[in-house]
Design a protein around this ligand. Structure first.
Ligand code: ZN
Length: 194
């Protein structure tokens, strides 16, 4: 895959988005208003590393650590109660029943989201996912694609598969850093990027 070719497979699409996520995470963490050379370099280095296999997608353990650091609140709106456990990738669509896929959600967000894909649901509300929530989503999508041996599936075929994540909703373009947030509530500790 040449550096700027659009992704052709499911794996390339996930790599593209995850590398953009790393770029966005760095820019937001630095309080940048727009992407600069250093951020593009983070993206291209990670993308190249993931494509060639010299780098790996971060472990979900990093995201689990977040659950301890972050206040116990709805991951979508920040409400403190009444909370319930939500499957980030809906169980009804085959999302795994594992701790990695479980997050806090308030009853209101939970019922509004229903069985919808979280990225589709947020887009309907004109929201871009908080980056650290998106990071967990993408890592789960990578994991499921690898388990099902779908990494090399052409994108147009992957779009028709019955998957617990939405291939079409995986973001390619990321908004300007000034329009992005790391988490629904401000973080007090700095968090390692993708
Ligand atoms: Zn909520």
């Amino acid at each position: 895959m040449a550096q700027n070719d659009p992704p052709k497979t499911l794996g390339e699409s996930l790599i593209w988005s995850y590398s953009n996520l790393a770029m966005a995470h760095a820019a937001v963490t630095q309080g940048a208003n727009r992407y600069e050379r250093v951020h593009y370099m983070i993206r291209s280095r990670l993308r190249k590393g993931l494509v060639t296999g010299t780098m790996k997608v971060g472990a979900l353990a990093e995201d689990e650590k977040l659950k301890i650091i972050l206040p116990q609140a709805c991951c979508y709106c920040g409400a403190k109660e009444p909370l319930s456990v939500d499957h980030l990738l809906p169980k009804a669509r085959g999302g795994p029943h594992t701790g990695d896929n479980m997050i806090w959600s308030c009853k209101s967000c939970n019922s509004s989201k229903g069985k919808k894909d979280v990225l589709v649901w947020l887009a309907e509300r004109n929201q871009f996912a908080p980056l650290l929530l998106l990071r967990r989503y993408l890592k789960l999508a990578f994991e499921i694609s690898a388990e099902r041996d779908l990494i090399d599936t052409p994108l147009e075929l992957a779009q028709d598969l019955d998957l617990p994540f939405s291939v079409d909703a995986i973001p390619r373009q990321y908004p300007n850093p000034s329009e992005l947030i790391l988490w629904v509530v401000p973080l007090t500790d700095s968090v390692q990027g993708p």
